[in-house]
Design a protein around this ligand. Sequence first.
Ligand code: GCO
Ligand code: MG
Length: 422
Amino acid sequence: MKVSPLIEQQHDIPKASARGREIVDARVIICSPGRNFVTVKITTHDGIYGIGDATLNGRELAVAAYLNDHLLPNLIGRDAGRIEDIWQFAYRGAYWRRGSVKMSAIAAIDVALWDIKAKMANMPLYDLLGGASRDKVLVYGHANGNTIEETVEEVGRYIDMGYSAIRAQTGVPGLKASYGVSKDKLFYEPADAELPSETVWNTHDYLTHIPKLFEKLRQDYGDGVRLLHDGHHRMTPREAAQLGKSLEPYNLFWLEDVTPAEDQDAFRLIRQHTTTPLAVGEIFSSIWDCKDLIENQLIDYIRATIVHAGGITHVRRIADLAALYQIRTGFHGATDLSPVTMGAALHFDLWVPNFGIQEYMRHTPETDAVFPHAYTFDQGYLHPGDTPGHGVDIDEALAEKFPYKPMQLPVTRLTDGTMWNW
Ligand code: GCO
Ligand code: MG
């Protein structure tokens, strides 16, 4: 790695307190074991390395370029222990703030540095964060089917696997493809084509169909199982309020992403009309995306996650703000967040006082082989393991066998052809 000329010229860059902690290498590894992942690996003079995830589904190379061209060259020679200062340098120092591409790049560096620090301390990351607040991390799995009957059957499969919290998505009659319904039941990957595939959406039909699914689920499985549902940004605030209200009899754990959240104030309308718990934030990149939602108690769960919202350093601030308002975490954990994010998130989940739930979509065996990890699943809970650091590694030789494949997320249009929110 080239040393940035800037570093040689400047005199006020914090130097490593001890030579051993100096960053000597920082690079990006792109691979596609089942899907694309962008990983950052940072190594110190002592040979301790840490890894971080920078995957942004369908926009992987943009983040990789930002890292390679603009962030990583600045790291060489810095003290790997100065996580906060490096975060501030990357965030403030860029002048251009926030945004998913930049915040995912910052997150990868941040997580790699927390991994290094925990390894230097010879502690599992959760211990370094403040220690475990619970014994295990409640997760929810994804059940989906083309019809209500198929989805109900899938929920049964998840209950049999030990899950006590399950997200249920179902096809809508008359629509060829619905969000959250996949061919492969255990591994869901929405990015399915080099150029976005087009799907069709009809909110009217969806709103009348979904309550029937949850009615049947409660009939068949009783009140014990925690049920979740993702609206994937498709509704207007009024439609979202209607759905929330119609699902109240089925006592959902949460209803997710009911409407796009650029306008945080829009959630007031939804909140006024329904007590169904609301979760939002998987596409948020900073605390400023959810400040009003949190301070006005317009949501119940915040889904902003480590990889897309600036790493542990920034998500910790979001979680602390949320805690003041009794809002709990519910981190995004789809397959496009690599096992590195899952590992880091689980350490965070074990520590964070206001933990709610963790999404757990299983990765394919190829992904798991490239990213050996210490976390384990048992009866609906995950545990991050106790190895020093975040407990996830990358097998670089194996990663090389899975080169990058261009893939993008689908788009969606209303039945009359109007572009809508996928
Ligand atoms: C979820 C999400 C995902 C996203 C995916 C996009 O709740 O898990 O909505 O399924 O669609 O992460 O890349
Ligand atoms: Mg979602």
